[in-house]
Design a binder for this molecule. Structure first.
Ligand code: ADP
Ligand code: MG
Length: 635
């Protein structure tokens, strides 16, 4: 560090510039959050110091009274926020408040809509954090020293938020961070200590460290001298989750959520429980109203925080909750774990896995309750499903122990229900007499699923079919083979026997057998001319309107799955489909009678390519398909 130049000017990373710009233009109506963010950072810094000091007491430098101090200077028009937390060294300053290191930054900017309210919400989730200083300040000065470094290794960072910042090495007597905000013209209101204290109450009552300010001096009583103002602690300074439920208001719960969830909106639901038994721990967990922007990125940042006897340890979602519940926000506080413990040991600790199991169960119960209470008026579960449904589907794959519970939480669209509100339980209740299978179809889009020719006979017989069009559904169905004792079956796979279901079953069967016989010549011609494009050609009674469709064998992957894997760059061997034809269809009848070899070849190709198109995919030679159709049309 001895070689670092004393003062340098750096340019902000492009993303920081963009973020600053956006914030100033999208969040101006919500300026006060700067204080929440800076206090939150100070509190994180205190958490980190307390944690590091559990193994190295010297880091306290004799001062273990961790707190935040806030001061407004009317004359200088500045607000100062000072903490005695962990502080930062020069490299950390450059990395933390000059760049956005987080993955998904690009996606984040891509998601911005220009709609202020929506964008403000996204920005909040992205972590406006430190940069929100510029909502109220036109110049920000940060002076900081990392705990454990010599006084001479302090760092001063200064910026007017216009694209660059200065950084220099300074001497700082005390460890921790001091932030001076030079207020903008329009931010005068924040110089009023009354305004500051009310914001602190609003956002920071639950911060477990005291937030202090200089109180107003007491007016002198007659004959006495004026007493100097005393320093007061403004917030409650107690960890919210340790307080009894009965003492906490919705507002306090919600404000705490906004703090840990970095959200502008109230949460959708919460659970707060103290568990006592073999292991003791407290859960305060929330469901956001909206999926965080990075839900589908490998690294999602804000999750559940682990505390041990109120000391913050780590923010590592997957050790605390399974990955498929990564949308949950909140705090888990264990009474059993040792404080000075490594991540590896944490992961193996029985107390930890008991807590993870318990928390998973309770989150599922919370979702079950929401689902139970769902109605036209109460759409909370519908919201949760819309936002996090695909995560729960991962749960079916990941969490075999809870598979049955999760399966009950799933919601689908079906041929009789467009709204994605159908549960498997509802489906089973509505099954027809003699129906013992849950039928579904997977396709790339809901429209493709809905219009699939495979559905024709199901429509005719009034059998409900689940319409699955999310990518994950292919995996979901390969892990969820049964529900409530009923097999799940893809209607695009294997042979179909619906002859027992429905009224005119016997008659239908006979009719079909006759028709199948008359279509035999067509089957033969198709087999010959399609050759090894298909695994087999056969007649079916699943079609009532279309001439043909493709199905796969029971144990082959579906065409949809094959396309998904190929799009993902995976090398999958092509599985040959089975072509099924509708013996009653005019085209099939015509083919049966056809003689010209060329015509039969074209006709076969058209039938085959049509069936591919009906799945929402493209035939191998689209131009050839068009040519053949056109020549047919002009004949
Ligand atoms: P976030 O808090 O979500 O990480 P911020 O923009 O609020 O994002 O802060 C960026 C980083 O800067 C923090 O993660 C932390 O490493 C560092 N930082 C900010 N304020 C402080 C502080 N008062 N003390 C120590 N480090 C800080
Ligand atoms: Mg922050």
């Amino acid at each position: 560090m001895s070689n670092t130049p004393v003062k340098e000017t750096h340019t902000f990373q492009t993303e920081v510039k963009q973020l600053l710009d956006l914030m100033i233009h999208s969040l101006y109506s919500n300026k006060e959050i700067f204080l929440r963010e800076l206090i939150s950072n100070a509190s994180d810094a205190a958490d980190k110091l307390r944690f590091e000091a559990t193994t190295d007491d010297a880091l306290y430098e004799g001062d273990s009274d961790l707190h935040v101090y806030i001061e407004a200077d009317q004359d200088a028009r500045t607000i100062t926020i000072r903490d005695n937390g962990i502080g930062m060294n020069r490299d950390e300053v450059i990395a933390n408040i000059g760049t956005i290191a987080r993955s998904g930054t690009k996606e984040f900017f891509g998601q911005l809509s220009g709609d202020q309210e929506k964008d403000a919400h996204l920005i909040g989730q992205f972590g406006v954090g430190f940069y929100s200083s510029f909502l109220v300040a036109d110049k920000v000065t940060v002076t900081t020293r990392r705990a454990g470094l010599e006084k001479e290794h302090g760092v001063r960072w200064e910026s007017t938020g216009d694209g660059q910042y200065d950084i220099e090495t300074v001497t700082k007597e005390t460890r921790g961070t001091e932030i001076i905000l030079h207020l903008r013209e329009d931010a005068d209101e924040f110089l009023e200590s009354f305004r500051l204290t009310s914001i602190i109450h609003k956002y920071a009552d639950h911060i477990p460290f005291p937030i202090r300010m200089l109180g107003t001096p007491m007016p002198a009583a007659e004959g006495e001298e004026e007493k100097p103002a005393e320093i007061e602690t403004i917030n409650q300074a107690s960890a919210l989750w340790t307080r009894p439920k009965s003492e906490l208001s919705d507002e306090e719960y919600n404000n705490f959520y906004k703090h840990i969830g970095h959200d502008f909106e109230d949460p959708l639901a919460r659970l707060h429980q103290k568990l006592e038994g073999k292991y003791e721990y407290t859960l305060l967990l929330y469901l956001p109203k909206r999926a965080p922007f990075d839900l589908w990125q490998a690294e999602s940042k804000h999750g559940v925080k682990l505390y041990v006897r109120r000391v913050f340890i780590t923010e590592a979602t997957e050790d605390l909750l399974p990955r498929y519940l990564r949308f949950v926000r909140g705090v888990m506080d264990s009474n059993d774990l040792p404080l000075n413990v490594s991540r590896e040991i944490l992961q193996q600790s029985p107390a930890m896995s008991a807590m993870k199991k318990g928390a998973t169960k309770r989150v599922l119960s919370m979702l079950e309750d929401m689902a139970k209470n769902a109605s036209d008026e109460n759409t909370d579960y519908a919201t949760a499903w819309e936002q996090f449904g695909n995560c729960l589907k991962e749960g079916i794959i990941e969490d075999s122990a809870n598979r049955e519970r999760i399966a009950k939480l799933l919601r689908f669209s079906s041929t009789q229900d467009d709204e994605q509100t159908l549960s498997l339980t509802d489906y089973v209740e509505r099954m027809l007499e003699n129906q013992d299978t849950i039928y579904y179809i997977t396709a790339e889009t809901l429209a493709a699923a809905k219009h699939s020719p495979h559905l024709e006979v199901f429509r005719k017989k009034g059998i409900e079919v689940l319409l699955l069009s999310d990518r994950i559904d292919e995996w979901l169905t390969s892990h969820l083979e049964e529900f409530d004792g009923k097999k799940l079956k893809s209607i695009a796979k294997g042979e179909l026997d619906l002859s027992n279901i429905g009224e005119s079953a016997e008659e239908d069967k006979k009719e079909h057998e006759e028709a199948a016989k008359s279509a035999e010549p067509a089957v033969k011609k198709l087999k010959e001319s399609l050759g090894d494009k298909v695994k087999d050609v056969r007649t079916t009674d699943r079609l009532t309107e279309s001439p043909a469709c493709l199905v796969s064998d029971d144990f082959d992957i579906t065409g949809n799955m094959e396309r998904i894997l190929k799009q993902a760059g995976q090398d999958v061997p092509s599985v040959k489909p089975i072509l099924e034809i509708n013996p009653e269809h005019e085209l099939v009848k015509r083919l049966a009678k056809m003689r010209s070899k060329d015509k039969i070849a074209d006709f076969s190709d058209i039938l085959f390519d049509q069936a591919i198109l009906a799945e929402g995919a493209l035939p191998e030679d689209p131009a050839g398909f068009v040519r053949k159709i056109n020549s047919l049309l002009t004949q």
